[in-house]
Design a protein around this ligand. Structure first.
Ligand code: NDP
Length: 281
């Protein structure tokens, strides 16, 4: 049988991308599905983002992921956006449809999908979110759209938390409050506590500055840091008896949504999860 030497291309624009683990799980997924696809990490400097988008079209890439610092700036270069990406105000996934570039945000949806796959219901839940960066924004909007009852967003830069709260208030019935995070923060009683800051990401061994005594066994504690999977934050929450969940499932699920958008096929999430877990061992 004739063999095709042409590969479909997807990848990630990042700055820097040398520590980006997405390649590991996406390449494992293509292999498991017997797809002749390649996932490539590309160091794109902010000043070259427009040229990089032109290159996507010229090289006929099926799409890309976007990572820090391109998720907001990239909005300028797409031809269309999903409703959720518009609400979130940032994109992490591009799909090339015959030269038209479509922007999507899979971070928050990946978070919600990861929670649901682990049997965790968000409807009516009270949630405290630490951090108000891009990932927090996507998570807060998606949790509110998924029916969360109450949200409290703590951030050291208060106006960023307020901006997220305004979007949530305008578009969902979720009750949302914000607070400035100064010094060691108290965590009020809640169902779910999420670390959506970048504190604890390898090689930073740190953990969010909160009163860990406020964590109870009734709480679910989730970190979105995928590397290391067992963060100091989760270790401390576990010591308090809380049920803990790591950032791997969110990373896998957001990647799985991208995989389906690009290839049209369901992603082999177990393969992706074990490829990442092995990488971060
Ligand atoms: P941003 O840079 O947009 O936001 C970082 C957030 O962390 C901000 O709220 C920032 O506060 C806060 N922060 C950072 N350092 C400190 C500190 N020392 N004390 C208090 N607050 C701090 O990053 P993203 O939101 O895009 O990403 C956050 C993390 O989430 C990253 O580590 C990334 O790896 C991870 N992530 C995981 C995903 C997954 O699938 N598991 C997907 C996407 C991201 P301030 O606003 O005041 O600066």
């Amino acid at each position: 049988m004739a063999k095709s030497y042409r590969s479909e291309l997807v990848g990630v624009f990042g700055c820097p991308v040398d520590e980006n683990p997405t390649i590991v799980m996406e390449e494992a997924a293509f292999k498991a599905k017997n797809l002749n696809w390649r996932y490539i990490t590309m160091l794109v400097k902010p000043e070259n983002l427009d040229a990089a988008f032109e290159a996507l079209r010229a090289l006929n890439f099926a799409g890309v992921n976007l990572t820090i610092p391109h998720k907001v700036e990239a909005l300028k270069y797409v031809d269309g956006l999903s409703k959720k990406a518009e609400l979130i105000g940032a994109i992490n996934t591009i799909i090339n449809r015959d030269g038209k570039l479509f922007g999507e945000n899979t971070d928050g949806a990946g978070f919600v999908q990861g929670m649901q796959k682990q049997g965790l219901e968000l409807r009516g839940k009270s949630i405290v979110v630490l951090g108000a960066g891009g990932a927090s924004r996507a998570i807060c909007v998606e949790c509110a759209l998924a029916g969360a009852g109450k949200l409290l967003i703590l951030n050291r830069t208060l106006h960023k938390a307020d901006e997220i709260a305004a979007v949530v208030k305008k578009n969902t019935p979720c009750e949302v409050k914000t607070a400035e995070w100064k010094g060691t923060a108290h965590i009020p009683p809640c169902d779910i506590l999420i670390n959506a800051t970048s504190i604890g990401l390898f090689p930073d061994p740190g953990f969010p500055d909160i009163f860990y005594e406020d964590i109870t066994p009734a709480m679910i504690v989730q970190d979105i840091i995928p590397n290391p999977a067992k963060t100091e934050f989760l270790k401390k929450a576990k010591e308090r008896g809380a049920m803990t969940y790591d950032g791997l499932s969110m990373l896998v699920e957001q990647g799985a949504i991208g995989f389906k958008l690009w290839t049209g096929q369901d992603a082999p999430t177990e393969v992706m999860h074990s490829a990442l877990a092995k990488e971060f061992e």
